[in-house]
Structures are given as structure tokens and as C-alpha cells.
Design a protein around this ligand. Sequence first.
Ligand SMILES: [Zn+2]
Length: 313
Amino acid sequence: MKNMTEFEPRNAFEHIDKLAYEIGPRLAGTRGERAASEYIKGEFERYGLKTQVQEFRFVSRSAKLKVTSVLFAAVFIAVALLPPEFSIVAWLGALGLWRMLEKVMPKHSSQNIIATLKAQKPEKRVAVTAHYDSAQCLVNYKVHLVVKLMFLPLLAVNSIILTLHSLELIPAWPMVWVGLALVFLPVCAGMFAGGYGRKVSPGANDNASGVAVTLEVARVLSESPPENTELKFITFGAEEQGMIGAKNLASKKLLPPDTVVLNLDTVGVGSQAYIVEGNGILRKTRTSHLANRALAESIRQSGLEPRFMWAPV
Ligand SMILES: [Zn+2]
């Protein structure tokens, strides 16, 4: 008889079949995502794991793209038409409105599934995580980042133009803004159109593959638990909407700070395995150097080539 405590690739492929082909696209907030979460919960419970569902609500990325682009375009036109001395107020007002709108925009529901394998004397804590929602073909703007990156420079440009205007060093105020609008409004239009992505993906690789590995690892370890190690297996909803599920989990402080987190994403293709060293343009957020080295070693042992990468955003 086959050793049940070994990772069985066939089981992982069956999970991918179920998630990507039977259930299909799992866009956050849709029936597909809900069906996937029920399947994952059922599997965790079948392995005898204590399983909880963490519900949360979120504004979709496509709605954010549309609202943000319209608001930016509107403030641009308003600044061109208003008397120059109102321009700074118009920008600040738009930012305030943008923050407020996000609170009142229609929200969708999603959920994280959290399974726990308790240890008698937990000395180490490990969490294996993966998102189970799938992507939509939207323009890949990180809306908050776009607003942050565009707002302050635009405010600075506005202040410079205002100063030059008061010194009578530039032509008529509206003309300057019409010139800037020729550059800027197409960006807004692109962002708006980007919010209308209709195509959805079955997400076999991104990220039924990561979930399938998480489930199979959960099955194996629930049958032969490692000593003194508390294990959590977490699948996130609404990752493709801006890592909403993961942020929600972090905000509830459900993981003690000494937990080692192994997040699996798109593990299904190629002969290389990428290890994310950190993210952010300023390179402030780093993953554990020690864990990365250990991971690289076990990737090498399994016959794959480890590659390190930095995710800019
Ligand atoms: Zn992904």
C-alpha cells in the first residue's frame, strides 16, 4: 500500500481540476470564489483540522479604477475652470472625497479559510498560505499607489504654476491646464477603460496550484504532525483585489509575530522556483534571509533551480 504520509502529486492535481475546471473562475466576491472556499473548508475538515472562516468586505478594484479616474479627470477640469486661488483647495477636496467615496462604495463579501493543527507544546509556529481567488484582466494599476504617486507631484506642479501665474510669468491659467490635460486625461481614460476588464481566468496556475499544494501538505502533516510545531494552513480570498484577505488577517493579529509564513503563489510551471526576497520600490519590506536560504536549498534538492526576485509593488 502507498505511504499515505507522503506528498502525493495526483491529489494536488485533483484539487487543481476541482478548483480551476469544475468550479472555474473564482473572481473575488462571486459564487465561484464562494464555492472554492466551501471546497477548501471541506477538505481541511476531512483531514480533521479545526477550521474557521474569516469573513470580510471589500470594494472591487474595477470600481476603484473607475471612480478614481473620473474623480481625477473632474478635478483636472475644475482646476482649469476655477479661479487659480481655488486650485489647491480643489486638489485637497478631491483627495478627501476620494477617501470618503471608498467608504461608501458598494462592497462585496469574501473570506479567508484558516485551518489549525495544534501542538501539545508549541515551540515553533509555521503557516502555509495561498490565495484561492482568480484574476480578472484589468489594467494592473495599484490604485492606491497611482493616487499616491500622482497626487503629490500634481499638487507640487499646481503650486509652481500658481506662483508663476501670480508673478505673471506664464500665459493664461486655463491654457496651461489644457496643455497638461492633453497629457493627463488619456491616462485617466486608460484607467477608466481598464476598470472594464471582462475576461476572467480559471486560475489553474494562479493560484489553484498554490492552494492544491497547501491542501496536500495539510493532509500529509495532519497524518504525521511535526513535533512541538503549531501549523496553520490559510487560504486567502480577494488577493487579486489588492491582497485584501491577507491584510484582513494581519489586521486581526491572528498570527503570533514569531510565525514563519510560507506563501505559495503560481507554483505550477517551469523548472525554476522564485523566492520573493521582499517588495516595495524602497526595498523596506524584506522576507527572512534565513528562511530564504533554507528554501533555496530544498528547492535545489528537489531538482529545481531557485531564483531570487524582488517584487517592486
Ligand atoms: Zn497569485
